[in-house]
Design a protein around this ligand. Structure first.
Ligand SMILES: Nc1ncnc2c1ncn2[C@@H]1O[C@H](COP(=O)(O)OP(=O)(O)OP(=O)(O)O)[C@@H](O)[C@H]1O
Ligand SMILES: [Mg+2]
Length: 231
């Protein structure tokens, strides 16, 4: 496993502010930026408060790198970090990694080309679950898709490598609920029911497991119902 290289804290700011910003953290701090000529992403991780052990030996930045390696070993596309830097004030880490091909599911929805990708996404998530990957940040902004390369995973710091029925349901619930939070309607239009059918068709689960997962997600079906009866 690679180790963080110490650099002056001000250098992290200099690097990030010389690039094209993708998103900011609260307080206007640059969080993710891209170097377009080399197609390389730079992401800043504040070192968590909490125990010294967590802060210095198992921070989110380390999990981000490790999990991306681990999912690749399990057969899923993700990135290999090219660099890992730590500011000499031990406040922030900076991870450098290549941009992956494709667009997030939210971006595809904005472009109006998401409908044909949703059944593929449901099957992809079923495959993740079958390989015991619980992607806690698995919302539509963190799955990238391209026709040529299929799906890849970003934002890998929050993952667990054990799966059960409850986690399957929580993962799907999170994906559904996040679209509500983002105020987008493409899953509703496709219907949650159809997405779940796609998932179960690929998941190879017992009837009991399916019942359990459906019961946990029932509030989304009543939304489907309200919608289809209104039409
Ligand atoms: N490897 C990558 N390839 C292509 N685009 C990327 C890559 N990593 C990040 N991005 C782009 O940068 C955006 C932000 O990156 P990332 O998802 O890692 O952080 P975040 O969205 O701030 O975290 P969260 O999803 O928890 O809000 C992504 O939505 C995506 O558009
Ligand atoms: Mg993200």
């Amino acid at each position: 496993m690679m180790k963080p290289k110490r650099i002056p804290a001000a250098e992290i700011e200099d690097i990030l502010s010389s690039l094209k910003v993708i998103c900011y953290r609260a307080g206007n701090q640059i969080k993710v930026a891209i170097d377009e000529p080399t197609n390389t992403i730079y992401k800043r991780f504040p070192l968590q408060r909490g125990s010294w052990y967590r802060r210095l030996f198992n921070p989110a930045s380390r999990k981000f790198i490790r999990h991306a390696e681990r999912v690749q070993a399990l057969g899923f596309k993700s990135f290999n970090a090219k660099g890992w830097y730590r500011g000499d004030d031990a406040e922030h880490d900076l991870i450098v990694y290549p941009a992956l091909s494709g667009h997030s599911i939210y971006d595809l929805a904005k472009k109006g080309s998401v409908k044909e990708v949703l059944p593929l996404l449901a099957a992809y998530i079923a495959k993740l679950h079958e390989r015991c990957i619980y992607f806690k940040a698995g919302h539509c902004g963190n799955f990238l898709y391209s026709k040529e390369d299929g799906f890849s995973l970003i934002d890998t710091e929050n993952m667990r490598f054990r799966m059960g029925w409850r986690r399957r349901a929580v993962a799907i619930e999170y994906l559904f609920a996040h679209t509500e939070k983002m105020n987008v309607r493409f899953l509703e239009e496709y219907t949650h029911e159809r997405f779940l059918k796609d998932y179960f068709a690929a998941a190879n689960l017992s009837t009991l497991a399916e019942k359990y997962i459906r019961a946990r997600l029932r509030r989304f079906f009543s939304a489907d119902h309200a919608r289809t009866t209104k039409e």
